[in-house]
Every structure is written in structure tokens, then in C-alpha cells.
Design a protein. Structure first.
Length: 157
């Protein structure tokens, strides 16, 4: 049996499976395995969601805190595309591997519409060389300037 635990850090995982034996009294056994998946880091929030109007400054901060059992440094933060967001990564305190990092995600998309991206944090941890953070957003066009007329005024014209 193989259990994939990617993206399940901090969760309790339960899996059950059947075992077939040559014992005539117990030819089939149902086994259940439960365990807590230990995460390499806490990422808060785990996803970035940015909504607003074109021209507004839209930012979200993400705190990345390494698990004390698996301290790591973040070597680089990059987005899959460089079209819609800008990233700024700073260690919290003097030692980011212990105290964590603050990642600021800022929208640079100039026009209305939706977008999605994926941030990859490159670490120096052999067991977890990258940490991924999904990003999605939507920019709405600012409301049109009003000419002072109501819709009923326009329909009479």
C-alpha cells in the first residue's frame, strides 16, 4: 500500500486495506492505519486570493514558518509567470530558518480580468526542495464615470 501525503502536513490520515490470508478461520482481514502527517512548514494562508479594482494596490502577506524538526532557508521565491504578481520575501528576525519568512504578494496586472499563478519557494532542505503556493485573483474595471443622467433620461433621448 502506498499513501501519498503531499499537501497534508498537520492532518491526521486514515487508510484501510484488506489482507488476504491462508488462515481458514480469518481468510480476509480489514486493517486500518491512522497517523499524523508531519509538515515541513506552516504556510499561512496556504493560498493567495487577491480581488479588487484596477488601479487599487492589492497585496497579501503569507507567513512561512519552518517546522522546528526541519529547519530550512528559503533561497528564492518565484512565480510561474512574471506578468501578474510581484514577490517580496523577507526573513522574520535574524534567522529565517528558525523564525520564518514573510512573503508579500502584490498584484501588478494592469488590466481587468482574472488570473492565476503558482509561487515556488526554493529551499535548502533536501527532503522538501520546493514549497508551492497557489495564487488566484480577479481585477474588476473601475465603474464608468457618471454623466449625471439616469437610465430613464437616456431612454428618452
Amino acid at each position: 500500500m502506498v499513501v501519498h501525503t503531499a499537501g497534508r502536513g498537520g492532518q491526521t490520515l486514515t487508510k484501510s486495506f484488506s489482507v488476504y490470508t491462508n488462515d481458514p478461520k480469518e481468510p480476509n482481514l480489514e486493517l486500518v492505519v491512522t497517523g499524523k502527517v508531519e509538515g515541513y512548514a506552516e504556510v499561512d494562508p496556504p493560498r493567495v486570493s487577491l480581488m479588487g479594482k484596477v488601479g487599487e494596490t492589492l497585496k497579501q502577506e503569507v507567513r512561512v514558518t519552518p517546522n522546528a524538526k526541519f529547519p530550512f532557508a528559503i533561497k528564492e521565491a518565484k512565480a510561474s509567470t512574471d506578468r501578474n504578481i510581484r514577490l517580496d520575501l523577507k526573513p522574520l528576525g535574524k534567522n529565517g530558518a528558525k523564525e520564518g519568512y514573510l512573503l508579500t504578494v502584490t498584484v501588478i496586472k494592469p488590466n481587468a480580468g482574472g488570473f492565476s499563478d503558482y509561487i515556488q519557494l526554493q529551499t535548502d532542505l533536501k527532503e522538501k526542495p520546493t514549497i508551492g503556493i497557489p495564487v488566484h485573483g480577479r481585477l474588476m474595471a473601475p465603474p464608468a464615470e457618471s454623466d449625471g443622467k439616469t437610465s430613464s433620461d437616456r431612454s428618452r433621448e
